[in-house]
Design a protein around this ligand. Structure first.
Ligand code: NAD
Length: 426
């Protein structure tokens, strides 16, 4: 039977029932389902192996975005995030995209850049050429560091040499282009950059300082696109409203930062859930957005000749399925299994699709009712929970503060106290 991520009323179910559905969809074992639920996930010895001075582990809510169809395949997408509304918005955007075939994606090969900074070079143009002439020697030395990666079809593939101008004069910067296959690649690339640095010094006669990967992974891009029919999203005025919102971000960095933050709400949630390095993804995304010298949106929105809305996204996506925390963290492993992604490239494309969905949902809300209406219900629940409301009174207290339009901690506290008094709860 064809698996579908279009699960009617998923949000209305209890957590246990949701978990049962997700377990069945992903073919998860009892242990993997427990890891998703956060019980029995992280053995106390694991954090001590992962970071220094460990005292425990920190949990985030984990939700599942439904309705995603990407390149004709259905995905249930795990998202780890503390912010309300994000998962609902992604699911809703994905639902509205299904009518026109969902998301279509592509990506470049997983090429990371290792930078080697060369200083004390008097004749940088000549040195650049000499280094490029010795490309094969440099690549071969780099590849000796990681036979495993080379065996898998990856490894150092090419060399770029740039001359940049610093406040102390020029530097020659060597870029080692490494295909890291299914790894995020930072360790792999850093090892290679350190190993070839002495040869680069010998060839150039200069002095090497830094040898480290660049998080501006501009050769490792993930892309996604989707079409939303005007009927599915509330008519032509909504199409126009989303485009106006996009053009605002295109023209103004203050708006653009928030536009791109909305995209990262979706992408980071997937990146965290799969145990990947979200700082690397954030750094890469924003640097890529500013690559022209001006800070720009990572998405585009246009109107098709039929009057529908076409959205696209492109950004660097240094995510892995091996290395780092991805294989160590039991919840991350269960999330990867649920996604069913077979390569890091596929994971990157899913994350890009979620980013596009998230951005569309935010712009649609902003262009219509504003985001606060949807946001406030969940926000109100959080406020009520944060003032120590007993679980059985949360729904009622939330309704009261929303109806009164007083979504504040002081009022929530009063309402909770009143309800407790009425019910005789101490
Ligand atoms: P890693 O070194 O743990 O694993 C990668 C290695 O796994 C490869 O070198 C290869 O030998 C082996 N491997 C096995 N199967 C593979 C496959 N299918 N595809 C690719 N490689 C395979 O991990 P990594 O991805 O090189 O490094 C990621 C870690 O580095 C993350 O934890 C990240 O946070 C951290 N880090 C990041 C930065 C940064 O972003 N600036 C800097 C330093 C470290």
């Amino acid at each position: 039977m064809e698996r579908t991520s279009r699960i009617e009323g998923f949000y209305k179910l209890g957590m246990a029932e949701r978990l049962r559905i997700v377990k069945e969809f992903g073919g998860l074992t009892d242990q993997e389902a427990m890891a998703l639920a956060g019980f029995g996930g992280m053995d106390p010895s694991i954090p001590d192996k992962m970071v220094e001075n460990a005292v425990g582990s920190f949990q985030l809510p984990l939700g599942i975005a439904t309705n995603f169809q990407i390149n004709g395949k259905d995905y249930l997408v795990p998202m780890a995030i503390e912010e309300p509304s994000v998962i609902a918005a992604a699911s809703n955007a994905a639902k509205m995209a299904r009518g026109k075939g969902g998301f279509h994606t592509s990506s470049t090969a997983p090429i990371m850049i290792g930078q080697i900074q060369l200083t004390n070079v008097k004749d940088p143009s000549r040195v650049k050429h000499v280094l490029l002439e010795r490309k094969n020697d440099i690549l071969s030395l780099a590849n000796q560091q990681d036979p495993m990666l080379v065996k898998l079809g990856g490894g150092a593939k090419d060399l770029e040499v740039r001359v940049i101008h610093t406040m102390k004069g020029h530097n020659v910067v060597v870029h080692l282009l490494v295909d890291v296959r299914d790894a995020m690649g930072a360790n792999a690339v850093n090892t290679m950059a350190e190993a070839v640095a002495p040869l680069v010094e010998e060839i150039s006669g200069g002095k090497v300082y830094l040898r480290i990967l660049s998080n501006l992974a501009s050769h490792r891009l993930s892309r996604a696109r989707a079409l939303w029919s005007k009927e599915a999203i509330g008519g032509e005025s909504v199409v126009d409203g989303v485009i106006e919102a996009y053009l605002f971000a295109e023209a103004d960095p203050y708006r653009c930062a928030t536009h791109n933050k909305g995209i990262m709400n979706g992408i980071d949630s997937v990146v965290v859930a799969t145990g990947n390095d979200w700082r690397a993804i954030e750094a890469g995304a924003h640097a890529y957005a500013a690559r022209s010298g001006l800070y720009k949106p990572l998405t585009t929105f246009e109107k098709t000749p039929e009057g529908d809305l076409a959205g696209t996204i492109e950004l660097p996506m240094a995510v892995g399925l091996v290395g780092g925390a991805t294989k160590v963290h039991p919840t991350a492993r269960a999330c990867v299994k649920l996604l069913g992604v077979k390569t890091a490239q596929e994971l990157g494309e899913v994350a890009a699709a979620v980013g596009l969905a998230q951005n569309f949902a935010a712009l649609r809300a902003l262009a219509t009712e504003g985001i606060q209406k949807g946001h406030m219900t969940l926000h109100a629940r959080n406020i009520v929970a944060s003032v120590g409301c007993p679980p059985e009174l949360i729904d009622e207290a939330t309704k009261i503060i929303i109806a009164e339009k007083k979504i504040r901690m002081d009022r929530a506290q009063e309402v909770v106290e009143e309800l407790k008094r009425e019910r005789g709860i101490t």
